[in-house]
Design a protein around this ligand. Sequence first.
Ligand code: DSN
Length: 430
Amino acid sequence: MTTSMLPPLALDDADPEIADLVAQERARQFYCAKLIPSENYASQAVLEAAGSVLANKYSEGYPRKRYYEGQQLIDPIEELAMSRAKALFGSDHANVQPYSGSPANLAVYCALLPQGAPNQRILALGLPAGGHLTHGHKVSATSRFFEFAHYGVDPVTHRFDFSAIAAQARDYRPAVLVAGCTAYPRIVEFDRFAEIAAEVGALLVADMAHIAGLVAGGAHPSPVPFAAAVSTTTHKTLRGPRGGMLLCKSAYAQAIDKAVFPGLQGGPHNHTTAAVAVALKEAAQPAFRAYAAQVVANARALADTLATEGLAVVTGGTDNHLVLFSTMPLGATGKQAAKAMDLAGLEANFNSIPFDPQPPMNPSGVRVGTPSLTSRGLGEAHMRDVGRWIARAIRGKDDPAELARIRGEVFDLMGHYPPPGFAPPYPARP
Ligand code: DSN
């Protein structure tokens, strides 16, 4: 062995500091109740593919048209991912190379609104109403390159008001209408968005990042028949690795591919592509349909309990995987509530609610979701416990002993439901 060769050390021996932090995070993910709706637990198979030697390979280009040699095994991997994506979602074309959801969204806009096109206007859901930064928020690069206007939700129902959106679209005349959200607890009626887009001559883009797993599992209507292009991440309800994906109609396939590479990205992350392929295979199994249905049933049980506990649930409930609620009725801002919940082993994020009088860094609400706990096998009765724990944690935000008691109860339950991807030996309780 020459001195330049690295000895084949496991992480524990090669870098004990990082190994220790990873081990601690593994224990944290095992014992805490992960309620962030955009997170999940990927399976052992997905994690293996994501941690494989495929990470060592460069593959700029697309299958059979690469700028590097040695693609004999990478091409079939990417082709498998593409064909599984097309089959699962029923799309004409799939691009599995976006590094994640944000670059995927920028790629869609670049593809559908080429430089020099006279109309560069996009109409999307505003961030305060549950949109995403890449839907043209002023701090997002998307707003540097395109002109955005934003629709909101109805001030009373906090749901989409399609006549208001249609009126805004008639007035604004966007070239692209975006339907997609990160904090909207109801069905997104892609058919209604498509009608509005058709009426004003816009292309419909759907961002289904949050709900891709529900769509795959038949628990939410699919945007694919209605949208010119659909963007998604692969790690939320879809339960794959951290990554992104674009689906589109054949007419836009070439533009989408060019926008991703060479437009915005270099070499695809082949280890992620393989892990996406594995996740797509898993999502095509009958068990995944049951999972998607249970995610929604669990979210409904959680929403009901939170409302019973006196929290103000936005829209009064949920049709999907998430619940957005104001914590103010229990005397806490969303940030105070989320911090207290975290100390109690209940991991969520503070979030603005529609028409929030509070500032974004200390809003009125908290957003929770059920994808991760459902992946661990928890059902509706457990969600009622979780809802009660959340309310207790918020009420007890200034009582460290109460937060420690709740944490003990949460850890007890989680200890009985190992997450996917966590092979024994299980971590010791932190
Ligand atoms: N950051 C994600 C979320 O938490 O909703 C969206 O990309």
